[in-house]
Design a protein around this ligand. Structure first.
Ligand code: C5P
Length: 222
């Protein structure tokens, strides 16, 4: 694949609800980067399977991915817990991951000219999709803290959930995502670990920005 030269590339992996999406959005805004929440693609496919009540064929997946629009990924339905679990199941299938890979890599390495680069978050971004990213982060937080945060987010959206049910679901997804055969979630050796358990969103971003500014200044990007 052809890659646009001299762009800023940021790869983030994290377990669910660790705050990676929030940080990725801050990064995108600060450095004028294109942002993709890659989990949304698996959620989108998971939601289609729930609607169809059967497995999607490869050809259907390819067609859907080819015609996917950013607005398709911003639907609130994709935030449902049922959809998240369906996403984790569909994400185990290597054929599906291969179909999604090109779309994600193109997004990462060929952002439109108005952006200075890209930032992607997910489970296999540092290990598979953007192996040579300029910045690699592994963002995490304690399970209980993640559950509380996700519970509050879902409550705000009017979803009927309890902290216990959210915790159970996150634990289940952590297990599926870390133990699957293909592209499991892991911290690569070259990723910088950021634990957000005791950090506010802003404090966490300050830490990330300090790391990024230092390297970007050295490289002459800033
Ligand atoms: O990030 P989010 O929680 O929305 O992701 C939903 C699910 O999609 C994850 O639990 C994971 O199974 C899958 N996923 C993945 N690879 C990615 C992003 C998400 O397998 N890059």
């Amino acid at each position: 694949m052809k890659k646009r030269k001299n762009i800023i590339t940021v790869a983030i992996d994290s377990p669910a609800a660790a705050g990676a999406g929030t940080q990725a959005k801050y990064i995108a805004k600060e450095y004028k980067l294109l942002y993709l929440d890659t989990g949304k693609i698996y959620r989108y496919l998971g939601r289609l399977e729930i609607k169809k009540k059967k497995r999607l064929k490869d050809i259907e997946i390819r067609k859907k991915i080819d015609s996917i629009k950013i607005r398709d990924l911003s639907s609130k339905v994709l935030l449902n817990d049922k959809v998240a679990i369906a996403a984790s199941h569909i994400a185990k299938i290597n054929r599906v991951r291969k179909l999604v890979k090109n779309f994600q890599m193109n997004f990462a390495y060929n952002p439109p000219k108005k952006y200075l680069g890209s930032v992607l978050d997910g489970r296999d971004i540092t290990s598979v999709i953007m192996k040579d990213a300029m910045f690699k982060f592994y963002i995490t937080a304690d399970l209980k803290i993640r559950a509380k945060r996700r519970y509050l987010e879902l409550k705000k959206l009017g979803k009927r959930v309890t902290v216990k049910s959210v915790l159970k679901s996150l634990k289940n997804r952590d297990y599926l995502d870390k133990n699957r055969v293909h592209s499991p979630l892991k911290k690569t050796k070259d990723s910088i670990l950021i634990n957000t358990s005791k950090l506010s969103k802003k404090a966490c971003f300050k830490k990330i920005k300090a790391i990024m500014d230092k390297k970007l200044k050295l490289n002459g990007n800033l």
